[in-house]
Design a protein around this ligand. Sequence first.
Ligand SMILES: NC(=O)c1ccc[n+]([C@@H]2O[C@H](COP(=O)([O-])OP(=O)(O)OC[C@H]3O[C@@H](n4cnc5c(N)ncnc54)[C@H](O)[C@@H]3O)[C@@H](O)[C@H]2O)c1
Length: 262
Amino acid sequence: MLQKTSAATDTVARYPSLIDKRVIVTGGGSGIGEGLVEAFVAQGARVAFVDIAEEAAQALVDRLTPDARHAPIQRHCDLTNLDSLKAIFADLEAALGGVDILVNNAGNDDRHSIAEVTPAYWDERLNVNLRHQFFAAQAVIPAMKRAGGGAILNFGSISWHLGLNDLVLYQTCKAAIEGLTRSLARDLGRENIRVNTIVPGNVQTPRQEKWYTPEGEAEIVAAQCLDGRIQPSDVAALVLFLASDDAKMCTGHDYFIDAGWR
Ligand SMILES: NC(=O)c1ccc[n+]([C@@H]2O[C@H](COP(=O)([O-])OP(=O)(O)OC[C@H]3O[C@@H](n4cnc5c(N)ncnc54)[C@H](O)[C@@H]3O)[C@@H](O)[C@H]2O)c1
């Protein structure tokens, strides 16, 4: 059973530097992205998010708006379509009045065997898991430079560090994302734009619940150092810190939130 998120409780850290910050989250409609949108909204940030899951995205806006300092906004955007990405990011930048924080969260971990990968499937998997992270960053960098700095958080994965089965293309993308992060961090550091990778372990989202049986979940917990299942709010806690000014000297690295899964 999914545990209740803790984004708006009294026990989570508050970051004064995140109040009124302009944040774009990709894939914010469900799963970890939903937890990120909720957590940034609870900090008083101005949040915009994109997703292809329109119904879930609107339901999230409706749920968060009544208590929000700034009501979140959402746009339908298929991030594999780069023309659409460019147009919608320009629209969101105008709606927010700039961009301070980008969270490249969207991804898709469909399983596949080596034999069934065609050139078209290769392109499709790389486009949904890797390519948009670069082009989303490229889209927001001018606004971050104008603002005097910013933070970009790219979502990687524990999967390739472990070498899991049936995920060759996903894991290829997630390995590349750590290289993307280091490269962007080097090129953008003098502009005070920080770039880091978030490396989640197995996070209990509705989609992950589809992949795992109770026995499979027990195996993951047994391989973790810590008991318990990682929640989107646990990932959000790390993202908030790295996006905040408290992390002003953190860049170019990979930060794990995996309960010590080995
Ligand atoms: N959940 C985990 O255990 C886990 C582990 C390691 C890494 N991650 C990474 O964390 C991130 C979030 O994962 P999640 O588990 O929340 O996934 P999820 O599938 O639950 O959510 C991903 C969101 O991205 C959206 N999305 C997918 N393709 C899109 C597209 N082409 N354009 C726009 N939006 C699109 C989906 O509609 C969905 O709302 C991903 O990058 C994933 O690889 C997750």
